[in-house]
Design a protein around this ligand. Sequence first.
Ligand SMILES: C[S@@+](CC[C@H](N)C(=O)[O-])C[C@H]1O[C@@H](n2cnc3c(N)ncnc32)[C@H](O)[C@@H]1O
Length: 387
Amino acid sequence: METTTQSQTYIAKTIAGLEEVLAKELTTLGAQDVKTIKRAVSFSGDKKLLYETNLWCRTALRILKPLYSFPASTNDQLYKSIYDYPWENIFSVDNTFSIDSIVNDSSFSHSHFVSQKVKDAVADKFRSINGTRPSVDIENPDIKINIHIYKDQCDVSLDSSGESLHKRGYRVAVGLAPLSEVLAAGLILLSEWDGKRNFIDPMCGSGTILIEAALIAQNIPPGIFKKSFSFMNWKDYDEGLWKRIKTDATGKQKIFDGLISGSDIEARAIRNTRGNIISANMQKVISLQVASFDEFKTPEGGGVMIMNPPYGERLEQNDIVAFYKSIGDTLKKNCKGYDAWIISSDLNAMKFIGLKPTRKIAIFNGPLECRFMKFSIYVGSKKDQYN
Ligand SMILES: C[S@@+](CC[C@H](N)C(=O)[O-])C[C@H]1O[C@@H](n2cnc3c(N)ncnc32)[C@H](O)[C@@H]1O
């Protein structure tokens, strides 16, 4: 087992399109050797950093701790290499566990089979030492073992987070198509909102973007609502260190006296948002109203607006064109001084906004490839601004 200050490599998993944002978050936390890879960022640091990344990273889905790697092309090699590892030093026979396997381009064709084999080897190892074995729990295990087999190489990691970090714990009500909290936070960080100017979501749904903005503005870690992380079940868990990290976080909180405002055409959506805001205890910093975007009174002074309009699955083609066109008209008419960012998977509909985007970022919302586009709505004409 490593000591508190011993450095090792970790892998933070994220959504495709947020790798750079996550790399920046990790660097700010003091991570070393930060490298972006596909849907993940590798970095090195000590146990304190591992705990801090779980608490503070807004755009990480989970943090993996690689344990060891070995060549595996046969069932026997896989079983033996897992069996030989000292699992009894990692967790106790009283903990429940589960195995997550991903297999690519390998002699093993079924990840489910690999998981079974690894589970048997871990259970048999405990039985050989204790005469009894830990139970498997697929839903809510104490310990998650991650297996990645690519060609004939098997990498074994421990998932330090457990439940995905996007499940912050504040969401008590959801409407149709809510954004993942990790994606919502990623969009805000990509927008480069400074946490001071007005922040608006005029199609707020269940309020995910608003709550993530409120957390960012007050420098509150997104992991503050979570009761447990998987690393708390590891034998090397340092409870004192975790408590100190949480106390430090409370001391870093900032007072926010700007404006975060949300609206939605549906009264039910605003009710859901209100429930979530109360659950996150953000009611002092977020204001809400029921309004359609075209009648929403945009606060004076400019700022940042992020919206996640319906993508069109429920709208006819003609309605989509008219809807996106009306968004563009309202932006031009009512939103002077705002940087308006729109996320949509409907690239065709986005053309009907009728404004030239000043930035376009490819990003995934679940399986949907989206564009996150920035429209800068100048106060005078664009020509005036340059003059
Ligand atoms: C995809 S959902 C937004 C989900 C939200 N980002 C979340 O995380 O929960 C789109 C929202 O736009 C709202 N909406 C649709 N047309 C609107 C309009 N003209 N003005 C304001 N809101 C509208 C819908 O009621 C819906 O709640």
